[in-house]
Write a protein that binds this ligand. Structure first.
Ligand code: AMP
Length: 397
């Protein structure tokens, strides 16, 4: 139940974490008259550069966490792996914590997350918990190969996972996990990876952005295409699943659901056998992120209300805005690899009048590091896609 009054202009959101998501949240909160403070172990951060106050302290410094929370009116997180005591302290101090610590608890661990989906009756990739090599061998016998072994805790962007193509690889795969608790998942031969970003207000209202297609390179998001090229039924089902999930988890804030879209009719793929065993639909939930998401960055230019403004509204206890899409949009990520030959050619990119550049203010460009993104909106998705690709290519001559 929502027992807090809405924040008014001049109110302060405290964000734990200081990356690009907090940065874009701060930029979206400003026009609403809402100030943002950030807390993380680093200084001169993407969020800190654009917000009112940047606190540099360890998450384990409980006094610093408490003092930070006392200085704001509502608390949120820009990544889900902040230690659990941070949300507990924030709740003890008596400030709204959105989303609540229970949401982080579920999202911090794949086993808890997938068990939650299954218990809520939501379609999820078949999985089996694995605590030992013997468990893994039994799980492989149950799910078959290929399969994917993933650490239960703290995995993202494909980190902490290994594909197993035949049972003889079990020993090596288990060693690669370093003895950590894990889950084994059936390998899904998906047709597309898609996601829904949605917001849920403090009063339970729900607003979902259109379903988008995500293309990854080396397990890192490369391109988001909005809307996804799917039928209206699939798009509506994905939004419906997201609504059920956010209601069941009682989320206040923005949440992204990443899903696999199974092929329509192909009795010879394991994807089909995965689905027909227990589920007649075409969407399987892979994972969630209880925060704005890389696959929602296009909403800054392509929707009536961006995912970051929705997050600000939800965290403040204000009404949500419209999530309607205004134009077809394509977003491409700019990774540190683009700096391999020196500074990218920014003027060349900015010569594309419809390419909107977002740089995150990170000083060190490492390969695979998300340094920024570009969004192009256009009359058609094809036009937006072609322009976004050409614009990014122009950065490296
Ligand atoms: P994750 O860290 O779970 O998001 O996985 C990263 C990427 O690995 C996903 O975006 C997929 O491309 C791929 N992947 C993860 N799990 C599976 C699976 N069960 N079957 C097929 N591909 C997968």
């Amino acid at each position: 139940m929502n027992r807090y009054p809405a924040l008014l202009p001049g109110g302060k959101i405290g964000v734990f974490g200081s990356g690009q998501l907090g940065r874009m949240l701060a930029l979206a909160a400003h026009p609403l008259g809402i100030r943002v403070h950030t807390f993380s172990p680093e200084s001169d951060t993407p969020t800190g550069q654009v917000c009112e106050k940047e606190i540099c302290a360890s998450y384990d410094d409980r006094d610093a966490v408490r003092a930070f929370v006392r200085g704001v009116d509502a608390v949120t997180f820009e990544f889900e792996n902040v230690p659990a005591h941070v949300a507990e302290i924030a709740a003890e101090v008596g400030k709204p914590v959105r989303p609540g610590g229970h949401v982080l608890h579920v999202a911090q661990n794949r086993l808890r997350e997938k068990s939650f989906f299954a218990d809520a009756g939501l379609p999820v990739t078949p999985f089996v918990p694995v605590q030992s090599l013997a468990d893994l061998q039994a799980a492989l016998a149950q799910l078959g190969t290929p399969a994917v072994l993933k650490t239960a805790a703290f995995g993202y962007d494909g980190k902490g996972q290994v594909k197993i193509d035949n049972p003889a690889q079990a020993g090596d795969a288990w060693q690669a996990m370093g003895g950590q608790p894990a889950i084994l998942e059936a390998f899904v031969l998906f047709e597309q990876e898609v996601s829904v970003v949605a917001a849920r207000g403090a009063d339970g209202t729900f607003a979902a952005f259109p379903l988008v297609e995500n293309r990854h390179v080396n397990h890192i998001l490369d391109v988001t295409i909005a809307p996804a090229p799917v039928s209206a039924e699939v798009a509506a089902e994905a939004q419906q699943l997201t609504r059920r999930l956010m209601d069941a988890l009682d989320v206040v804030g923005v949440l992204a659901v990443e899903l696999f879209l199974l092929p329509e009719k192909n009795p010879h793929t394991s994807a089909q056998s995965v689905s027909s065993a227990f589920y007649s639909g075409r969407l399987l939930i892979n994972e969630i992120a209880p925060r704005p998401h890389n696959s929602g960055h296009w909403t800054i230019e392509g929707a009536v209300t961006s995912q970051f403004e929705q997050q600000a509204r939800a965290v403040c206890g204000l009404p949500l805005g419209s999530s309607a899409q205004t134009r077809p949009a394509v977003m491409v990520n700019l990774l540190g690899d683009l700096w391999a030959q020196g500074e990218p050619h920014w003027a060349a990119l900015l010569a594309f009048p419809n390419a909107k550049l977002h740089l995150y203010g990170k000083s060190a460009a490492r390969p695979g590091r998300k340094m920024g993104h570009v969004t192009v909106t256009a009359k058609t998705v094809d036009e937006a896609f072609a322009t976004a690709m050409a614009a990014r290519k122009s950065l490296v001559g």
